[in-house]
Ligand binder design. Sequence first.
Ligand code: SF4
Length: 207
Amino acid sequence: MYYCAYCQDKFCYAGELEKVTENCPCKEKALIEEVKTLYSDCENHLLAHNSALVESEGYCQKTRLEEIILFANKCQYKKLGVAFCVGLSKEAKIFCQILKNHGFDVVSVICKNAAIPKEFIGISENEKVRPNTKEAICNPIMQAKLLNKAQTDLNILLGLCVGHDSLFIKYSEAPITVFAVKDRVLAHNPLGAIYLSDSYYRKKLAK
Ligand code: SF4
């Protein structure tokens, strides 16, 4: 098995392949060759090449928003799909307008589209966020299907919940990038929990 997260040396990063240990992915010679051939696939090459260029051009200078615009332009994507959460409607409106101002054709779909009641997926009254009210499911499969229908070149996730994003990713035909992820407690900055894991959040996260 692989445990890169616990590796102190990061020989891969330095390109010192002669020093790597037995469990290192760098030892997987056959798989490495197989994966390298995948980068010659036209779309994979486009994504890999342009994301590397965005990384170097934007390094510590461009925000993620600017990097998304740069990446989409480099890939010559014209039609962008935005799958957003109802809780981030204001942000979605501004985000879509900025993309439009940069010349993109923008299609946006909210999570609550189709208004399918939560009962449909077996959620009981006491399992709702607000029991005894009408609650629609988040509908990421439909978000993906609608963006597929619109034939978007790139889909961008804005604040989808944990798991809803998994379903969107499962059904999207276009490549996906993420502008922001949902974290209702930490102002959509989930890494806050990691940065505080040895201080304020230690007790909360202890196993
Ligand atoms: S790929 Fe190898 S050297 Fe790199 S972090 Fe993983 S175990 Fe360490």
